[in-house]
Design a binder for this molecule. Structure first.
Ligand SMILES: *[C@@H]1O[C@H](CO)[C@@H](O)[C@H](O)[C@H]1NC(C)=O
Ligand SMILES: *[C@@H]1O[C@H](CO)[C@@H](O)[C@H](O)[C@H]1NC(C)=O
Ligand SMILES: *[C@@H]1O[C@H](CO)[C@@H](O)[C@H](O)[C@H]1NC(C)=O
Ligand SMILES: *[C@@H]1O[C@H](CO)[C@@H](O)[C@H](O)[C@H]1NC(C)=O
Ligand SMILES: *[C@@H]1O[C@H](CO)[C@@H](O)[C@H](O)[C@H]1NC(C)=O
Length: 299
C-alpha cells in the first residue's frame, strides 16, 4: 500500500466514521423532532387550558330573524363544546301559554342540537316573589311542548334570577320547594337543571339547592381582584362543577394570548362560563370577540 493509498483509505475511514456519526445524529434529531413536539403539544394542549367548561349564554336577545345566528353558528361549528342557554321571552315565559312566533320558530332550532341545554328564565325577587307566580312561570315553560305539539319547543331546566345571598331559613325553604317542583316536572327533562343567580357568592347553605350557582357576574377588573384574593377557591362546601361565572366589560386589549389566559383562569373556577367584551347591555348582543371566546372554550 502506498502512502497516498493509506492516506486516502484513512481519510475514507475517518470520513465514513464521521458520516455515520452525522447520519446517526441526524436520524436521532429526526426522531426527536417527530416524537417530542407531538408529545409536548398534546401534553400542553391537555394541561394548558385547564378543565373543560360549558359556555353559559344569557340569551336576552329578541329572536328577530337571524338575531340568534351568531349563537347557532358557534353551536354547530363546536360540537364538542356544551352550551347552556337561558331564554327570556318576557321577564319569564311571558303572560301567554306560548311565546310569540319568533320564539316558537327559533327555540326549537337551538334545542335540536345535542350540545345545547336551554333554560327558562324566572325571577324570584330575592325570595320575596309570590311563590305561586313563580310556579306558574315554571309550569308555563313545562307546558310548551304539549301546548305547541312541538317536542322541541321545550326547556330543560330553570334559571332562577335574583336569588338571595344572605342566609334566611324561610328563603332556603322557598328555594328548595321550587327546586323540588322543577325536579318533578317531566317535561323539563331529562335534565330538570336548576341554576340560581345571586350574582355573587351566596351563603353556602344555598348552594346545594341548585345544580349550579352564578357566583360571579361582574366586570373584568373585579374578576382580577377576586381572583387575586383567591375568593373562588375558598367557597365553602362547593366545587367548580356547581359554579357559574360571568365576566363582562373585558377591555378590547384583552385578546389573543391575554384572552386565552383569562378563559383559562375562569375555566379553573367554574364549570359554566360566559365572557364578553361588551361593557353596556352585556346580554343584548354578541361581543366582537364572541367566536374567539368560544374557540378558546373548545381548546
Ligand atoms: C357535554 O355533554 C355531554 C352530554 O351530556 C357529556 O357527555 C360531555 O361530557 C359534556 N362535555 C363537556 C365538555 O361538558
Ligand atoms: C318577529 O320579529 C320581527 C322583527 O323584529 C317583527 O317584525 C315581527 O313582527 C315578529 N313576529 C312576531 C310573530 O312577533
Ligand atoms: C300569591 O298569589 C296567589 C295567587 O294569585 C294568591 O292567592 C296568594 O294570596 C298570594 N300569596 C301571597 C303571600 O301574597
Ligand atoms: C294551550 O294553552 C291555552 C291557554 O292556557 C289553552 O287554552 C289551550 O287549550 C292549550 N293547548 C293545548 C294543546 O294544551
Ligand atoms: C365535585 O363534584 C363532582 C360532581 O358532583 C363530584 O364528582 C366530585 O367528587 C366533587 N369534588 C369534590 C372535591 O367534592
Amino acid at each position: 500500500m502506498s502512502d497516498s493509498e493509506k492516506h486516502v483509505s484513512k481519510r475514507t475511514c475517518v470520513k465514513s466514521k464521521r458520516s455515520r456519526f452525522i447520519l446517526a445524529t441526524v436520524a436521532l434529531i429526526v426522531i426527536i423532532a417527530a416524537v417530542v413536539p407531538s408529545v409536548v403539544v398534546t401534553t400542553l394542549k391537555k394541561n394548558s387550558m385547564g378543565p373543560k367548561a360549558k359556555v353559559f349564554v344569557p340569551l336576552y336577545i329578541y329572536p328577530a330573524p337571524e338575531a340568534w345566528a351568531p349563537l347557532e353558528n358557534v353551536i354547530s361549528t363546536h360540537p364538542n363544546v356544551n352550551f347552556t342557554v337561558v331564554i327570556n321571552p318576557g321577564n319569564g315565559p311571558g303572560p301567554d301559554s306560548l311565546p310569540d312566533g319568533n320564539y316558537t320558530r327559533e327555540i326549537p332550532k337551538l334545542t335540536a342540537y345535542d350540545n345545547v341545554r336551554v333554560l327558562g328564565y324566572v325571577y324570584t325577587s330575592y325570595g320575596k316573589r309570590n311563590v305561586s307566580a313563580v310556579r306558574k312561570d315554571i309550569q308555563t315553560y313545562s307546558d310548551w311542548p304539549t301546548n305547541s305539539s312541538n317536542p322541541n319547543l321545550a326547556v330543560r331546566g330553570i334559571f332562577f334570577d335574583e336569588t338571595p345571598q344572605q342566609y334566611d331559613a324561610q328563603t332556603l325553604t322557598y328555594l328548595q320547594g321550587l327546586t323540588d317542583f322543577v325536579k318533578d316536572l317531566k317535561d323539563l327533562g331529562p335534565d330538570r337543571f336548576v341554576v340560581h343567580n345571586p350574582g355573587a357568592v351566596p351563603d353556602s347553605r344555598y348552594l346545594a339547592t341548585a345544580d349550579s350557582t352564578v357566583v360571579f357576574e361582574a366586570a373584568y377588573t373585579t374578576f382580577q381582584e377576586r381572583e387575586g384574593a383567591k375568593l373562588f377557591t375558598n367557597i365553602a362546601d362547593s366545587n367548580r362543577t356547581q359554579l357559574c361565572a360571568i365576566v363582562h366589560s373585558v377591555p378590547e386589549s384583552v385578546e389573543g394570548k391575554h384572552l386565552r389566559s383569562l378563559v383559562k383562569q375562569v375555566r379553573k373556577v367554574a364549570e359554566e362560563v360566559y365572557i364578553t367584551h361588551l361593557s353596556t347591555d352585556y346580554y343584548a348582543s354578541f361581543g366582537g370577540k364572541w367566536t374567539e371566546f368560544v374557540d378558546l372554550m373548545a381548546a
